[in-house]
Design a protein around this ligand. Sequence first.
Ligand code: RP5
Length: 162
Amino acid sequence: MKKVGIVMGSDSDLPVIQKAVNILRELDIEYEVHVYSAHRTPIEAREFALSAREMGFGVIIAAAGMAAHLAGAIAANTTLPVIGIPCRGPALDGLDALLSTVQMPSGIPVATVGINNGANSALLAAEILAVEDEVLAERLATRRASDTKAVLQKDEGIADRL
Ligand code: RP5
């Protein structure tokens, strides 16, 4: 199976990435994590993106806050699918990063998940890899069924809590 590449703009983004890593581990998907910034280490971020396909990655998750250009900068240098996670910052609650990540010009797509939504980034990465992997698709289906069951159990219990 192809690996998932994870890049974060700063180690301060780690709590968001931890949620993604937990799900990738649960699904038994190989991953590699780096701290590369579009602004502070633009050369390393570019080199990672340029070599990602030949390094065996199938999809890249890029998390950054503030003027969050990381996912776009990675996407500019690879045709692998790139998933952007806008991270919440101190000034604008993540709206700055959301707009910087999602508003890509035509030609360089970034699939953007919600602010700080590391979990969805991992699930989307897994779904992309599962297009060509029946075993992984089955693991995702099992996980989805378990989530459904958990919600239905809450439904059964909600009346007792009111
Ligand atoms: C972004 O700036 C990072 O992705 C992080 O979310 C934010 C703040 O970085 P630090 O100042 O905490 O390193 O580049």
